[in-house]
Structures are given as C-alpha cells and as structure tokens.
Design a protein. Sequence first.
Length: 505
Amino acid sequence: MKRVCLVLAAILIAAAPPASAAGENDWFVPLGRPPEAPPKRISGGEAFPPLPLPATPLRRSERKREPSPPSLFGKVVWGEQGSFTYTGGNTTQITDWNLCPADLPRLFDKVRGQLGLEYGFDDVSLASFDGDPDKMAVLFFSGTRTLKLDAASLAKLRAYVLRGGMLCFDSVAGSPYFYNSARALMQQAFPELAWRVIPPDHPLYHMVSDVSTVGYSPNVKSNQPYLEGLYVGSRIGVLLSKYGLGCGWDDHPVPLLSQAAYYDPGSADAIGLNLVAYAIGYNHVGMEEARPELFAAIDEKTPTDEFVFAQIKHEGAFNVHPNSATALLAKLRSATALRVNLKRVVIDPNSDDLSNLSFLYLTGLDDFHLSDNAVSALRGFLQRNGTLFINNGLGLSTFDAAVRREMARVLPGANFQPIPLSHSIFSDVVPVSSADYTPAVAMRYKALTTPRLEGITLNGDIRVIYSPIDLEAGWENTEYPMALAYRSDTATPLGMNILMYAATH
C-alpha cells in the first residue's frame, strides 16, 4: 500500500545528531526500523471481535471484499519530510509523523498474538478524514518536533472527539517540542476542559493487565506510569504520553538521541495493549454519551412545583455521564406519582442562588476544589434541609479523596457513616437489599453483595448521600469496562429511591 501523500517540505540533515539537543531539529532523526510489511487498507468492515472482558465491540458496515483487519487506529500524516545521513554514509528518508514506522504494526501484531484479536491501522490525512468514530476509534499522532495544526483541522478533531472518537499523542522520544505543542493545541481545541494526570486506578491501566509500575530509559527517574488526558463525559477523549511508547512497541532503543525519554518494551507493550482494549470498550461509551439529552418541550420551562435535578458545576470533570440523569428521571416519572422535570439544571454554587432548590447532585472523575463562597453556600443549603447526593464517577480514588476533603470543609466535624440497609432510602420506591456490580467491583471488594452508601446526618435526616461506587453508570444500559460501578438492575431502583427520599425529606 502506498502511503498517503501530502505536499511536504524537504529538510536535509547531513550529519549524525550531536550528543545534546540545541533545538527541535536535532530531534528529527530515525527512531526505529522500517515495518516488515505495509498496513492494509480495508473497504467497508465487519464487527470487531469482542474483547475477553465486558466491552462492546465497534459497529462496522458489511465488508465488500475479502477481509483485512479492521482499522481501529488511524496514524495521522503531518509535518515535513527530509533525509538523514548516518555517520557511515547511509541515507534514509524520514517524516515527522512516522519517525518510528513500525510502532503500530508491531503493536497490532502483539494484539493479535497476545489477545487473539484482529485489528489494524491506516494512515490518515486530516484533509480527507470524515470524522466518524464508528469507522475509526482512535486518531494517533506521533512525533518529536512541534506539531502544527490549522484551525480547520482543530475544529475537525474537536467534532470527532465530541462524537465519541479518541485522540492519542505519543511524544515518541520524549521530546518537549512535540509534547508541549500537542498539549497547547488540544487546550486550544477544548478550552472548557483541563488536562488531568490519569490516576493509577483508572480503567486504562487495568483493561488487560494491571500497570502499576513501569520501566523507562535512563533519562526518566521514575517507576510510575505517566499519562495525561482530557475527560469528555466518563472517558478519556484526548490522551497524551509525555514519554515515548512507539519505540517500545517496536522493541527498539533510541541510540541517535542521548536525551530520549521513553518506556521500555515491556512497559510500552502493557500500556499499548490496555490502550487498544480501552479504545474498543469505550468507543461505544463515547458515542452513547454523545447523544443529545432528550426531553419534552414542557420540561424546558422554568420548573415550579416539580422535582428539579440540579447538578453542581465545579473545576473538575463534573459531567461524567451526560445522558444518565435524564434516563433515570424519566423512569422515576413513569414509576411514581412524583412530579419530575426531566431537564437537568447546572448550578455553580460559587455564584448561583440555591435558596429555591431542595436537591443537588455532585459527581466527578478527579480532584476538585470548592471556593470559600461555594462552601458557605452548600453549608447553608444543607442546614435549610436540602439534600446533596454525591456519586463517584467510575469509582476513582482521586475523586473519593476530594469528596471527603471538601465535605469536611462544608460540614466541619461531620463524618460519612455507612447507611444501614434498614434505612428507608433502600426501599422508598423499590426495595433494594442486594446489589449487582461490575466485575471490577468484585475484584476490588470480593465479598460485597449489598448496596454501599454513606451519609451525613443533620437534624435527624440524612442530608448528604454518597455512593463511592459509580451509581450513575447504571442508569442507562451501557458497559463501562473495568469501572467500579453498579449494574443497571441495581443502579436504577436505587437511584429512584435516592431521588424519592430527597423529594420527600
């Protein structure tokens, strides 16, 4: 297969690179051996084979000709090409986007060999890319020099991610030029989102194997994996690796760059296999969460005597499962006589008036801090007998720690206590005495078979309800692989019970 052709500016590098880098052009060197065989294009597609874990495969159109591995990744063509002359006189052609040509071929060889799954990749020109995440789950950028993308390309990438796609940036030799430029470009494309370090208990590190410690090249003095992401809903919409992955997938050192910083082959492989599994499992999640919230026109009006689902906006990833609340409210409306408004209201406790609200919902995936004004407003809300329901998105420890720290500021001296099964909160609409959890919960809490809620009591009533295991994930029938979450058959009745308790207390 011929590579995608772009109009490329030639850059000539006629000597081996110096021992230390004076500028980004010194990073423009071959980083791996050429691929043994070119990737194969496909026409149409078929269903991806399922993962050996709870994941929903990507949907594909019917194949029009004999099968090639369906393209899960697209390697994006960008930048310039040039020639590189080794010390011995041999010359090779290099391109910004493909300095390690065998990175994805070797990765998908390992996917086939170790996971038994048939996937492939394709080269992608953004100019002709149609932006459909149902056809290609991940766009993969690799390089060492400054990444430059025009406004039209950034707009296309933003739309792709918001429709359910994932972007992955590999600073393949640990170059600060590629890393810093990719980080800045994505912040430009997603100004409303903030870069977050992916925490150790995130599903990405546990999809196929547990990645808790890693090995690096000598320039990195750490044994902890380091990946950053922009959260879109519950998933990582944009992933950035500060340290190189591709050369590890190619089982190849980086002898031409003494300053290179990258994962060793074993660590790169473990992260890569998890990344492929995550892309498959959360592609469907992304497209489900990208659906617009649907509610009747009457629900768009200013609520009066109806139960209002008011969700707290904060500096972290506050909108974890965008459609789930409306799905639960619709079920509560149909199952009870409670007057329910289906339209979520987003509230900023730092500036908005909370006096007319009786219920607030707080969720997230990562760390967050409440301003002093927000702390005071929430304290007053609870003392006026409002109910705050807190849900830990995906069950992550970073958010859990933030919840306990911030609630200690809101209600000094008050502590979360387990809510006993005899409490009416487990039976207000539908009795819930046992719990169906995702496999990840069984792995973490082996003996847990009952619902787990914690609460803070004020004036004889539970005013703060906290689910340290993701309850909202089960309000729609969507799989979140390796998330600590309730299944739908428990999450829906328990969610309705909590809302009914809040509405009647």
